[in-house]
Design a protein. Sequence first.
Length: 333
Amino acid sequence: MNPPTLDALDLKLLQALQLDGRAPFNRLARVLGVSDQTVARRFRRLRTTAGLRVLGMTDEVRLGRSNWIVRLSCTPDVADPLAAALARRPDTMYVALISGGTEVMCAMRPRSRRERDELLLGHLRRIPRVTSISAHCLLHSFYGGPLGWLSKTDALTPDEAAALRRVHPEAPAGPVTVDADDERLLALLHEDGRTPLTALQTATGLTESVVARRLERLLADGVLYFDVQHDVEPLGQEIEALLWLTVEPAALAAAGHALAAHPEVRFAAATTGRANLFAATLHTGPGALYAYLSERIGALEGIRSVETLLTLRQVKQLAYDRSRSRGERGTAH
């Protein structure tokens, strides 16, 4: 089946939710110039036709934690169940099958060094028919996280975007500390970023005013942000590519900032490993990917080599969706 085609209002609504994932329907309607009922109807339709979910995400760097990208080469019979098992883990954010179905890539966010070591040095190495593992620590993010790709679609006018963009005071320097109540609140918002305050109050046992204050503080501190999970095919993006670039150290920062400005780039970060710059990109087709590699990437100063991989199947984007995975048995627990 061909993916559904989104119209201008659909695209505006998606970008609006990227800017303010908790904006009430009446506020979205006022900015977009339509009725509340139209926004509610489009929102419900996008949930079924484009996999729309608004999720509360935690910026692990603000909590003094590190993020990792892990690549696992394996035999083809292991790839599906391994990807599904990794996707079910709460410490993974993105899981995909690449390299002809013989490699699984996942982005993980261990809460501590102990959890990191248990996964990388213990669990994963004991999985049968996994032939190699490489782990890459993300040293610096150039694009991604609170900066979502939907903001690059320019579906909204500058005035519409300005009316929806949340403005917070500058986040404090250094890591932020959260308590058990904050952790419960973050976990609930990760399930559904638009959960009403009353439901958050009931689930946490806190008063509604306390929940509201904590939510605003987590946003202001940069710990919490809202992201939009969605399918890319309805937006005309046929190919998801993963680029591992080896860049001369003196050119690394400039190359990273250049990538962040490219409309094709949904995520870019400096990493450890043989390749020191990673990017996830979206393209309308093979020709567009070729043009991007030859013209945009090829024009960057200091690029020594590029490894290009295609995402064959995305198993997890921000939260696990069982329908994206065929393999339901696995050992990455």
